[in-house]
Design a protein around this ligand. Structure first.
Ligand SMILES: C[S@@+](CC[C@H](N)C(=O)[O-])C[C@H]1O[C@@H](n2cnc3c(N)ncnc32)[C@H](O)[C@@H]1O
Length: 274
């Protein structure tokens, strides 16, 4: 943890970043398949107690609750939890929403059958703290499931593209896409989790007509991209940032100039807690 920036200040900045833009609409535009994918991989079913860490608007929590599981959706950002609560209500799904930092979970030891996170806990800066907390709150023999963008995939590359423009990471922070590396997971969890599923897959994205529409979507809706562009603007590098994002979109387009298609690689990792 940082010795110079109090953790509460850091987390307040992260909360503000994730509340900026419009993350809920990103979920609706192209991220919806990920939640049910993780819920299925974890084998979630009726009566199980499930914790979703960094749940956002409930992309995984809501389908988990729809199976009949007892689900707690936790997240750092109250605005996203509120959007999730409204979404669940509109679908007639009942679950519990709790504001919580993945690095300091306010839950009892060994209290959940399943602890999962879909492209969520990977964004807390101190990876080992998150892994330790996920293990702590899972019962022995229970399931830990993560779905994370990979370092080699498109979101890993987006973070590399934005890195030179972004505010410097806090001391001790590790890059989010590292969570999509099998070796990194092995280091974080050691012999405390026996992974039975480690699968790399692609999220196919056809929601954008022109390649640059994808970049525009991120620049107006995605907290980390908005933060990087804000920092670039303060440093007089706004046009370089825009150019870097546009080139990134062209490079990763697997469709045509008139109908873009992108593949975002992620790792599904599910294991049994010792
Ligand atoms: C990309 S969103 C993923 C949300 C959701 N799981 C999904 O699949 O759509 C990342 C989430 O991580 C949350 N987050 C970031 N840092 C966190 C932390 N330290 N503790 C808990 N949640 C955090 C953000 O508030 C945001 O909701």
């Amino acid at each position: 943890m940082s010795s110079t920036t109090p953790d509460s200040e850091l987390k307040a900045r992260h909360r503000k970043m994730w509340a900026s833009g419009d993350y809920p609409s990103m979920v609706e535009t192209f991220l919806l398949p990920l939640g049910p994918r993780l819920v299925g991989a974890c084998g979630i079913g009726p009566g199980m107690s499930v914790l979703d860490v960094a749940a956002g608007t409930g992309n995984a929590s809501i389908p988990a609750a729809q199976t009949g599981a007892n689900v707690t959706a936790s997240d750092l950002t109250p605005e996203l939890l509120e959007a999730g609560r409204r979404r669940a209500e509109s679908q007639g799904v009942d679950l519990t929403w709790v504001e919580a930092d993945a690095e300091h979970l306010p839950f009892e030891d060994e209290s959940y059958d399943v602890v999962m996170s879909s492209i969520g806990a990977m964004f807390a800066p101190h990876h080992q703290d998150v892994a330790d907390e996920m293990v702590r709150v899972t019962r022995p023999g229970g399931t830990i499931g993560m779905l994370c963008w990979t370092p080699e995939g498109m979101i890993g590359a987006l973070f590399k593209t934005m890195g030179p423009f972004a505010p410097p990471p806090p001391p001790g922070a590790q890059p989010p896409p590292l969570w999509g590396s099998e070796d990194h997971l092995a280091k974080l969890f050691g012999d405390r989790v026996d992974f039975r599923t480690l699968e790399r897959e692609d999220l196919d994205i056809t929601a954008f007509e022109h390649p640059r529409d994808y970049g525009e979507h991120f620049r107006t809706k995605y907290g980390p991209t908005i933060a990087a562009e804000g920092n670039a603007r303060r440093n007089g590098q706004e046009s370089e940032f825009e150019e870097a994002v546009n080139s990134f979109c062209e490079e990763w387009n697997r469709g045509t100039a008139e109908q873009a298609r992108f593949e975002q690689e992620y790792l599904v990792a599910v294991g049994t807690r010792a």
